[in-house]
Ligand binder design. Structure first.
Ligand SMILES: [Zn+2]
Length: 275
């Protein structure tokens, strides 16, 4: 009887310490192009500078730093009991690769005027789809991340600066994986399809997935789209097949990940073992 009482008391202590625990676990690095996930308990609210962060079940939250972000940040997390954790974040600069491409094909370096309208229209569609991302507190990404392609050669890394015929172009905002046409593409995490775009000028057949709390992923140049807008997707589900549609020079998947509009490195999110 005596032992039983002690056991019960111990259980109560363990349970309540869990209940009132203020321990915060950080996953991911504090640097340019990185996604961070914070796991805690009894979180009332969290802010990154002036951005209010979404918190799932008082416990899980995320934020990311753009590839070119240079400003220092302050993370503020308040627990139910009133305790506030303050964390100053200094972002070390990353060195990115420079890729010089000399292409003699004229249509690759200059966009014809007749295409401007089409490109503008497609940009509007993308903007509308992106506006739907990360509206709820739910962390759909909870069950973790996976690589959307099995195997394959990395043909272009995230962050590389392309210089086309001597003219600096946009930074490469994803990871290119070269695999044969038709190779299945898996959703990198649970989520909702926000865009299943057909035959866009730059991105070809393309998919945009919303993984909750601002995390989103995109897949370009597909030969086949296998999902519809608004559809709920599970991690590992086949969403499409690799192709070379849009502005692409051969079959490959351009895989991108962002936190809202902050461009993060897809290769790094695979190292996050938070779940
Ligand atoms: Zn690419």
């Amino acid at each position: 009887m005596h032992i039983k009482k002690q056991t019960i008391l111990l259980l109560i202590i363990l349970f309540s310490s869990k209940l009132f625990s203020q321990e915060l676990k950080y996953y991911g690095s504090f640097e340019q192009g990185s996604l961070v996930i914070v796991d805690g308990n009894n979180i009332e609210w969290a802010w990154l500078d002036s951005t209010k962060l979404k918190v799932d079940d008082k416990k899980l939250l995320t934020f990311g730093f753009d590839a070119k972000e240079t400003e220092n940040k302050i993370l503020k997390i308040k627990h139910n009991d009133g305790k506030v954790t303050l964390k100053k974040i200094y972002l070390p600069l990353r060195k990115y690769r420079v890729q010089r491409i000399n292409n003699t094909k004229r249509q690759f370096s200059k966009t014809a005027d007749s295409l401007q309208q089409r490109i503008k229209r497609e940009r509007e569609i993308i903007k509308k789809s992106r506006a739907k991302i990360g509206k709820t507190d739910s962390a759909f990404y909870k069950s973790g991340f996976m690589r959307p392609i099995k195997g394959g050669r990395i043909s272009s890394v995230f962050g590389s600066q392309r210089i086309l015929n001597g003219v600096p172009k946009n930074m490469h905002n994803g990871l290119d994986i070269a695999v044969p046409r038709g190779t299945p593409i898996y959703a990198m995490a649970d989520g909702i399809v926000r865009l299943a775009g057909e035959n866009f000028y730059y991105t070809g057949n393309n998919i945009l997935l919303d993984h909750g709390q601002g995390i989103n992923s995109f897949y370009f140049h597909l030969s086949k789209l296998l999902v519809k807008e608004g559809q709920r997707i599970k991690k590992g589900e086949i969403i499409g097949r690799v192709g070379t549609t849009g502005r692409s020079t051969g079959p490959h998947l351009h895989w991108g990940v962002q936190w809202y509009s902050k461009r993060v490195d897809p290769a790094k999110i695979l190292q996050l073992r938070f779940n």
